[in-house]
Design a protein. Structure first.
Length: 57
């Protein structure tokens, strides 16, 4: 699961190498990456919302 999280974070930042991306999808199940992506995406949205609320005070 940690490998999927690292790969999703790298993809979010746009620094994922093509070779690593291909290796990820050969070695892991796609569901692992989908779940990691959804969770990290939600955490990002919540973080941005929290920062916006704090900045508005």
């Amino acid at each position: 699961m940690w490998q999927a999280i690292k790969s999703v974070l790298a993809a979010f930042l746009g620094v994922q190498k093509d070779e690593r991306r291909r290796e990820d999808f050969r070695s892991e199940r796609p569901g692992t990456f989908i779940v990691a992506g959804v969770i990290l995406g939600l955490l990002f949205v919540l973080l941005v919302a929290f920062v916006a609320v704090m900045a508005a005070r």
